[in-house]
Ligand binder design. Structure first.
Ligand code: HEM
Length: 403
C-alpha cells in the first residue's frame, strides 16, 4: 500500500508504527505509486545527509512546491550551486542581525499586549502570527502598508499552515503562494532600482548565482518567501512553548533564573512537538545499505518525528522533560526538527538561530512580562493537522502587561 495513505491518516506516527511492526528502522514501500524507502534513527539521518548518496532535485511532490516551497528555490538545488545559494541565507544569521530581529519581535509583542483588552479573548496562535510577521517584514526590509497588511500576513501563514490540508485548504494555500510571489516580485524589482541596502530583501534582489547572473524575478520572489514564511512559522513553536508552560507555574521562575534550563526547555519543545513529519531526497546512484538496495532515482523518506521520538536515542521520548538537554552532547543526527548535518554543506535549516532566539525571547515574555489566563478549552494536539497544533490554538483571556 502507498505510504502516503497511512501518512494522511497519521502524518507524524505512521512510519514509526510501521517500523515497530516490522522490527526495523528501514523498509521498502511505495510513495505516490513509485518505489521508495522509509527510514528513521541516527544512522539513517547520517546516511540521508551524505551528499554523495542523495540529491534533492525532483524530490518534492508538486503540491508541496505549489504551496510550501515554491519552484526554483534552494530546497531543490544540489552541489556547488546549492552551497552558493545557501550562503545567501546563512549571511543573514550574524549576531547583529539576529539581535535586531529579536528586538523587533519583542517590541511588536509588547505593543500588542499594551493595547490588548483584558476583557477580551484572543487566540494566541493568531496573535503570534501577526506579531512575528510584522517584525519579520520590518527586519527583512519589506514595507507593510496598513491597507494590505492583513492580506499579506494571511498569505504568509496560509503557505505553511494549509499546505498539507486537503481540498479547499490546499487550494487556498496555492492561491496564497501565487499572490505572495507577486507581492515579493514587486519588492525585489524596487530594490533592483536602488543601490544595495542593508536589508535581507535587498541582498536577495542583488544576489548573483554561481554564473554571476541575477536570480530571475520568480526565483528571487521564491527565496524572499523562503525567508519570511518560515520566520512567521516560528509562531507554531512559540505556541508550543505556551502549551508546554500551561499548568507548569513552578517552571516559570526556574526558566527565568537558569539560562541553561531555558535553552534546554526550548530544545525539548523542538524535539517533542510535531512540526515537519518527514524529509525527502532521491538516490543518486544505486547502492546497498543494511541489505536494502537503494535504486537510482528512488525517493527516500526520512522520518523526522520518528527520529526525534526514537526510543534508541531518547529515554521516555513521549514525555516532555524541560531539563532533558541540560547535559546533552550536541549530535547533528539525533535531534533533527530542522534537519540534520551541517547547514553550510547540506540542506539543514539555515534559520535555527532565528528560531531559537525568537523562542527564547518569547518564553521570557510569557514567563515574566505577560499575564494571561487560559480558559477551559481543548488543548489536545490535532495529530492529523500539518503542522499539528493544540486543537483550540490556545485561547487566552485577561491579558495584562507586567512592568
Ligand atoms: C529548511 C524546519 C525556521 C529557512 C528546513 C528544513 C526543515 C526546517 C525540516 C529541511 C531540512 C532538509 O531538507 O534537510 C524549520 C522549522 C522552523 C524553521 C520547524 C521553525 C518554525 C526557519 C527560519 C528560516 C528558515 C526561521 C529563515 C531563514 C529555511 C530554508 C530552508 C529550510 C531557506 C532550505 C534550506 C536548504 O534547502 O538548504 N527548515 N525551519 N527556516 N529552512 Fe527552516
Amino acid at each position: 500500500m502507498d505510504i502516503i495513505l497511512g501518512m494522511m491518516r497519521d502524518p507524524y506516527r505512521h512510519i514509526s508504527k510501521k517500523c515497530k511492526r516490522l522490527g526495523s528502522d528501514l523498509f521498502e514501500t511505495h510513495f505516490m505509486m513509485q518505489k521508495a524507502i522509509c527510514m528513521k534513527g541516527a544512522n539513517a539521518t547520517a546516511l540521508f545527509y551524505q551528499n554523495s548518496r542523495f540529491c534533492r532535485r525532483n524530490a518534492m511532490p508538486e503540491p508541496v512546491l505549489a504551496t510550501l516551497f515554491g519552484k526554483g528555490g534552494v530546497q531543490g538545488m544540489d552541489d556547488k550551486p546549492h552551497q552558493h545559494r545557501k550562503q545567501l541565507f546563512m549571511s543573514f544569521m550574524d549576531e547583529h542581525s539576529l539581535a535586531q530581529l529579536t528586538r523587533l519581535f519583542e517590541k511588536q509583542w509588547l505593543q500588542w499586549a499594551e493595547q490588548a483588552d483584558d476583557q477580551q479573548e484572543y487566540v494566541l496562535y493568531g496573535v503570534l502570527q501577526e506579531v512575528i510577521a510584522r517584525a519579520a517584514c520590518q527586519w527583512a526590509g519589506v514595507t507593510l502598508h496598513e491597507a494590505s497588511a492583513q492580506r499579506h500576513i494571511r498569505d504568509l501563514v496560509l503557505m505553511y499552515d494549509q499546505d498539507g490540508a486537503r481540498g479547499l485548504g490546499h487550494f487556498r494555500a496555492r492561491r496564497a503562494r501565487t499572490r505572495a510571489e507577486k507581492w515579493m516580485a514587486g519588492v525585489i524589482e524596487d530594490y533592483r532600482q536602488q543601490p544595495p541596502q542593508p536589508f535581507p530583501l535587498s541582498a536577495i534582489a542583488h544576489h548573483r548565482d554561481q554564473d554571476h547572473q541575477l536570480l530571475s524575478l520568480d526565483v528571487a520572489a521564491v527565496e524572499a518567501l523562503n525567508l519570511l514564511r518560515p520566520i512567521v512559522a516560528v509562531s507554531v513553536y512559540i505556541l508550543d512553548c505556551a502549551h508546554a508552560l500551561h499548568g507548569q507555574a513552578q517552571l516559570k521562575p526556574q526558566l527565568l533564573e537558569d539560562d541553561q534550563l531555558l535553552d534546554s526547555f526550548i530544545q525539548e519543545v523542538r524535539r517533542f512537538y510535531p512540526f515537519f513529519p518527514v524529509l525527502l531526497a532521491r538516490v543518486r546512484d544505486t547502492f546497498v545499505w543494511k541489505e536494502i538496495t537503494f535504486e537510482k532515482d528512488m525517493r527516500v523518506i526520512l522520518d523526522v518525528y520518528g527520529t526525534n521520538h526514537d526510543k534508541a536515542l531518547w529515554q521516555n521520548p513521549d514525555q516532555f522533560r524541560a531539563d532533558r538537554f541540560v547535559n546533552w552532547t550536541p549530535n547533528p543526527y539525533t535531534c533533527i526538527p530542522q534537519g540534520g548535518g551541517n547547514p553550510h554543506l547540506g540542506h539543514r535549516c539555515p534559520g535555527e538561530a532565528i528560531t531559537l532566539n525568537l523562542m527564547k525571547a518569547a518564553v521570557r515574555l510569557l514567563c515574566q512580562r505577560l499575564e494571561y489566563q487560559v480558559p477551559e478549552q481543548d488543548l489536545d494536539l490535532d495529530w492529523r493537522r500539518l503542522p499539528a497544533l493544540p486543537k483550540d490554538k490556545m485561547r487566552i483571556t485577561g491579558v495584562r502587561l507586567n512592568s
